[in-house]
Design a protein around this ligand. Sequence first.
Ligand code: ZN
Length: 298
Amino acid sequence: MIHLISKKIAALATVCILLSACGQLQSEQEKNNKVTSSNTSITAPAVTEPASNADPSNTEAEAATDSPSKTIQEPEANETEVIPEFQYHINKAYNVVPNEEGIDKKVVLLTFDDGPKEQEMVNGLLDTLDKHQAKAIFFVNGYRVKANPDLLKQIHDRGQIIGNHSWDHIDLKKENSDNARKQVEDVQQIVEDTIGERPRFFRPPFGSGNENLHKIAEDNSLIYMTWSNGSLDWDSKSKNKPEVVIQNVMDQLHNGSNILMHELPWTVEALDELLSKLEGQGYSFVDPRAISEAPKEQ
Ligand SMILES: [Zn+2]
């Protein structure tokens, strides 16, 4: 009798173990299913990168530091994201125009200058851009990147585009050639050191440039632009008045508007409504990665 009971207990225990193991397996499976896409990016780089990487000395460090951040920063949306083909260029009036007939002209380019400054403002801009599935150029200053490298990484990791706005935000027209070049090239370097790629776009502070600055931009494969629609968010009349920022942009709105904004609290506040209004009027937001060099005949 005792023997029989102990056998039953043993059988029950086995069932319990099997069941709980099964439960664990199932929940593991569920977890795996949920993170399948990011799991592939955990394992894939660690296994395949060293084999294909041209510089073996860096591979281990890269695999070790890159993989975790990739898995955190790469939501599923990025997996299907396709980098657009070149469809637009910046013309001499600094508008965004199609490279060919048949491409949508009713577009605007969103730009934010003078950051990255503060986490809260950067979050606000990034969240609103995401909400509207919009891409923008963040024209950054080198001294700000040096102070806030993590903010630059966040902007980049969330799919926005980094532009070069010189190191110190000084009037480059007043600098000698060597200083002006250093102001531009030091930013190219710190951005590459921070996010792994160099900016493709350059905007001089105050829109103040000359032949020499155009040459420096060209030497660095930078697409040069000022803007064609100033939100005047920097002006004292706009301070704490998001509605004024919105109105200024809407008053100047035209096809290909290259909209100048800044990392400022009232601009952050204005952005959601501004983007809704632009969409409401039928404009879409150019992905800066679709902007190429201007055709040579220009
Ligand atoms: Zn500026």
